[in-house]
Design a protein around this ligand. Sequence first.
Ligand code: ADP
Ligand code: MG
Length: 501
Amino acid sequence: MSNPWGSVNPAAPACSLADVMSEQLARQLDEENNTFPTLTECPSFSDLMLSGEVPDTTSDLMLAQILQMQFDREFDDQLRREEKKFNGDSKVSISFENYRMVHPYEDSDSSEDEVDWQDTRHDPYRAEKPQTTPRKGFTGKGKNITTKHDEVNCGRKNTARMDNFAPEVHVGDGLGMDLKLSNQVFNSLKQHCYSEQRRSAKLHEKKEHSTAEQAVDPRTRLLMYKMVNAGVLENINGCISTGKESVVFHADGGSLEEQPVPDEVVLKVFKTTLNEFKNRDRYIKDDYRFNDRFSKLNPRKVIRLWAEKEMHNLARMKKAEIPCPDVVVLKKHILVMSFIGKDHVPAPKIKDAMLGSEDMKNAYYQVLHMMQQLYRECNLVHADLSEYNMLWHEGKVWLIDVSQSVEPTHPHGLEFLFRDCRNISTFFQKKGVSEAMSVYDLFNTVTGLQIPVGAENEAEFMAEIVALEKRNEDHVQKRRKKVFPFASEDSGPPLEPDADD
Ligand code: ADP
Ligand code: MG
């Protein structure tokens, strides 16, 4: 039998749902004597739809399918009408395609159908990485080539790009539905956002009479103003320091959740220009506390991790009562903390403090004690300790700048500590503090280790340190494997929770 569906009457017009349902048609179908097709001979539902023919059959299954198909088509026609009515002449149109019962088949072949179907199900416009077109400028083969100019793809990409607009731009539900923005619409939206941001920044600038904020990018500026608007800060006064990795502002504190904020605070803005941060990767990449998260983050979020790290480290130091700034609040890459200084005058760095010999000796013992506390009580190594990151205030040494601080078990933790010891020894010896220990003695005193000092041979001492680190690392890996047998080498979960988490 050549056609299991029997002969098709080519003259018969496609019937409407009402017709199919009519008794007359039912009788007509009943009268026809066609053989019942076996299951294997059944064409697929989509084949049926593609053929555009209404097969002739006595099968209940077929009848149900035809009815369903007809119903679906009418549903989709109705949907199309509603879509049209909904969108009107609007430049931005909303597609109802996802609600359709029957996927477009009229003017496309079946393979395109498939791609269409996968597209909507896979939600490409929501993907982390929007689909990109390879260098050659097109994807696909033969008839199915899609270029980067493909209207649908472009539209979806444009919609996904709205995600990058400033946080205060409400993009609505556009990201959640299959909204396709034309280039023209997208560009004018983008332009509008930029000019709005500039306008709003200008307004605030006038109000604050401050140009200091120019040292940061517009996004950061907006975040800063938001803190003023929210009353966390009364006023942002000016810039204390612009370094390679951060910009520090002085501000008057307001209140946060009904709690008073210190009268004077600083905003440490971690720079979002990424190049300088690249070479600091190793401080954070190998810090198991941040391991898991580091690899998955985009650069902007990595910057936030630095700020977060400083906050956690300061909290540990506070617990051990080491003089350091109090954390007020962390907003993305901006850390607000108490100001070390008075009446807008920041405490001097110890290198600039012009201390008398007695104060200098005092300062040395304080630093020695703090290094021990940091190591033993906070389980931290400062990793950037020097006369630049210690302030002299009210007769005390205050430690700052701890975003890069790591735990001693960090794969390079002891090397960082050795470097800290060298900075401290050198500085105080140069300042004439005769009690200042050699770098080796200082290292052993801080750690409680007894690495033989030998003939002041740094290479040997360093070799010992590196060997220790290696042994420790092996031990940590083993323990991690024991506790988490499926943990990978570099992304194992932390062995202990963060002290302040
Ligand atoms: P960087 O990583 O840029 O060195 P720091 O945390 O060391 O960042 O801050 C830079 C400078 O800003 C410091 O040398 C100090 O002069 C000033 N500073 C930072 N934090 C405070 C604070 N809490 N109080 C007063 N001055 C501060
Ligand atoms: Mg510093």
